[in-house]
Design a protein. Structure first.
Length: 717
């Protein structure tokens, strides 16, 4: 839009600019009566406060068009005198909108502004812009997503849309200086997409030839987002990692704005709340978002927010339980370690596989599962998914049970499960009533040591478990397992067990034992490899009265290279230029680590069952459903297939003494002796002190050479 589209206006004390098509419509009599015209009760009021937003029909080029009039309220005398030199809010809004429009940045099209001064006192001022139908705001869209569609890809999609628009505005040379979520409106888009971002409330903005880091940071100071989502928005804006100085400026400015908000009621004790503010945000600790790509809850709060919302007594309760039980557990652990790999272990039924119940072709998953044999299967039922998906999951359980699989289910909570106990109780009752007689195990308290999974305190964990007491009486043959904490945080295991209702007893301790941060399963974390971690967990089962002496690892995998947001450690948002996450491993390493992990856990005698998470998943599965050309078996799938064929029903006999980092486990399999051997982090050709007739590689192919490496081999006598 060029300058020639507007004409200067100067009539009966009013001055300003008006779109050429409208000049004739603003006569002296109309301008003097404009204030009265805007209080017509038939006009639509968008917002009512110090300033008013009214929708007004105006004649434009012969057609009746709608415009939005922002009628600015009276202000203090010193502000009038200050604005006399720099222009009124109406004039500044018009200038900013004209600048943005000329630079291709979204804002409602400016139509006019006019103002009336008496000396240096501003009597009235108005800014007019074209009315845009079906506008929504960034705030309203966020709240809608939080409440109705809490999906990570949708939330990130909205952040991408807004963040890139902010960058275009700043690169053009304008910063808003009052950029809250309501000041970014969005046009209606097609389908699930959002239309152009429209920046509004421009009167505080500044035009610069080039914005500094601080000026860019100012527009991030008033945006309302949980810490992690704000960090994603900034990464989108910068197309990668933001400059350190920028982050520092944002933190300082947000702190200042927070203090300003807190002081509002003292600074403006008589100001009335604005009409048209819309719905309120959910409290930050109650925002819960599901990441379908990595099949987990998203982290939304930054560390400072999480600390702020930790319940009182969270840490003292953990310390209390460690002091109460830690000594006994450690003593039991020390007596257990010499028993590692000492007794025979029957492998049949020890290795299970998780399937995805929601967004993947279930029959196609079954095809890949069938090739692995009648192994145990784990299915998740998630509270947030709703009845339609729960019914589908019930049908899948029935199908698996009829096919001869032992079925375990995990009942996964969300934040609503805690906030709406009746909904959670109904969920539990429905699932158990439908599949209780068909399942062997039911896991509870999914990763309750992580706030992102919706449980923030021991009291909230009790909310999840109270309805289970009655269900355990109704289904005495079901083995309830839990509390399913995650990672090597066993102090939380002790405290969560202590908070179990007295009437509830776990038939096994189940745990999500990921070790991806250490690479190979034999690598140590604070002196503990996978073997020692399993022994310590087993020691807890022997000390605590809340569960039987059984241990199930119900989730484990490694994240895979090249899978972006589908990798569980790089979830939510990954920029195309970001380097590979350091925890992601190659597909071959993934398979090698998997086999070694399975036999260490089970053959040590410490773990009763391991369920692999999961069969099909682009970021962490044995089958890649997003591969070019369709679903594709990964090396790990073929490795596991051979392992189960050769040793799935075998008996582990002993661990053979070998040099450091060399592992050799002897099995009896259908009358044959098989030694599974590997070398962690290196290679060796040193013999193991016994003869064998053939060498099979990790896929079951005959090998002419004997070399031990990260890839397990099978030595058949």
């Amino acid at each position: 839009m060029g300058e020639e589209r507007f004409e200067e206006l100067s009539l009966t004390g009013f001055s300003g600019k008006v779109c050429s098509d409208l000049v004739g419509g603003f006569t002296s009599s109309r301008l003097t009566g404009f204030a009265d015209e805007l209080v017509n009760p038939d006009l639509r009021v968008l917002a009512q406060g110090r300033h008013r937003l009214i929708v007004l029909p105006l004649e434009m080029g012969g057609d009746a068009d709608l415009v939005v009039v922002k009628a600015f309220g009276k202000q203090a005398g010193w502000k009038d005198r200050y604005d006399y030199g720099r222009g009124s809010k109406a004039a500044r809004s018009f200038q900013a909108a004209e600048f943005l429009t000329n630079n291709g940045v979204g804002t409602p099209e400016p139509i006019a502004y006019f103002e009336r001064w008496e000396g240096k006192e501003l009597l009235e001022s108005y800014y007019l812009s074209r009315y845009v139908d079906s506008l929504t705001s960034f705030k309203d869209e966020l709240i809608k997503l939080y409440q109705e569609r809490p999906e990570c890809d949708r939330v990130v999609g909205l952040l991408e849309h807004v963040g890139r628009s902010m960058r275009r505005m700043h690169d053009a040379g304008f910063y808003n200086r009052d950029l809250g979520n309501k000041n970014m409106e969005l046009k209606e888009g097609e389908g699930d997409s959002w239309g152009e971002v429209q920046f509004i409330d421009l009167n505080r903005g500044k035009i610069r030839e080039k914005l500094s880091l601080k000026e860019r940071a100012v527009d991030f100071s008033r945006i309302t987002l949980p810490g992690v989502l704000l960090a994603i928005l900034m990464r989108i804006y910068w197309e990668g990692e933001p400059p350190g100085k920028f982050i520092k400026k944002v933190k300082g400015l947000r702190k200042m704005f927070y203090l300003r908000q807190q002081s509002h009621k003292w600074r403006h004790p008589f100001r009335t709340p604005k009409v048209g503010a819309g719905p309120a945000y959910p409290e930050v600790q109650n925002i819960w978002i599901w990441d379908q790509q990595s099949a987990q809850a998203s982290i939304t709060m930054g560390r400072p927010e999480r600390k702020k919302h930790y319940p009182k007594g969270r840490h003292s309760g953990v310390v209390r339980e460690v002091l109460r039980s830690g000594g006994k557990v450690w003593k039991e652990y020390q007596s257990l370690m010499p028993e590692a790999f000492q007794g025979p272990v029957e492998l049949e039924g020890r290795f299970g596989m998780a399937l995805e119940s929601t967004d993947l072709d279930f029959e196609k998953q079954r095809e890949f599962l069938n090739a692995l044999g009648k192994i145990p299967v784990l299915l998740r039922f998630c509270h947030h998914e709703g009845m339609e998906q729960w019914r589908l999951g019930v049908d899948q359980v029935k199908e698996l049970h009829a096919a001869g699989h032992e079925v375990m289910i995990a009942l996964v909570q969300d934040r609503k499960a805690v906030l709406d106990p009746e909904s959670w109780s109904g969920f539990l009752d429905f699932i158990l009533s439908e599949v209780g007689p068909l399942v062997r195990k039911v896991e509870l308290c999914h990763a309750v040591n992580r706030m992102k999974w919706g449980v923030h305190s021991p009291a909230e964990q009790r909310v999840l478990l109270e309805p289970v007491v009655d269900l355990q009486r109704r289904f005495p043959d079901v083995c309830f397992t839990g509390p399913a904490c995650i990672d090597f945080e066993y102090h939380f295991v002790l405290s969560t067990l202590a908070e179990t209702p007295d009437e509830l007893h776990y038939g096994a301790l189940s745990h999500h034992l990921y070790v991806d941060r250490r690479g190979a399963p034999e690598n140590r974390q604070g002196g503990f490899s996978t073997l020692e971690k399993c022994a310590l967990l087993r020691a807890i089962t022997r000390v605590t009265p809340q569960c039987d002496d059984r241990l199930i690892v119900s989730e484990v995998n490694w994240p895979l290279k090249g899978t972006g947001i589908w990798s569980p450690v790089a979830a939510s948002y990954v920029h195309p230029e970001d380097p590979e996450h350091r925890l992601n491993v190659s597909e071959t390493d993934y398979g090698n680590y998997m086999l070694r992990y399975l036999v260490i856990c089970v053959c040590s005698g410490f773990v009763d069952q391991v369920y692999w998470w999961r069969l099909v998943a682009h970021g962490f599965g044995l089958v890649d459903e997003r591969a070019e050309g369709g679903w594709t078996e990964r090396p790990a799938y073929r490795m596991l297939g051979h392992f189960l064929t050769l040793l799935g029903t075998a008996r582990f006999v002993e661990k053979i003494e070998a040099e450091e980092n060399v592992y050799a486990l002897r099995f009896e399999a259908e009358g044959n002796e098989v030694v599974m051997a590997w070398c962690n982090g290196g290679t060796t050709t040193e013999g193991l002190g016994f003869g064998f007739s053939k060498v099979l590689d990790v896929y079951g192919n005959p090998s002419a050479d004997f070399v031990l490496s990260d890839a397990p081999v099978y030595l058949v006598k």
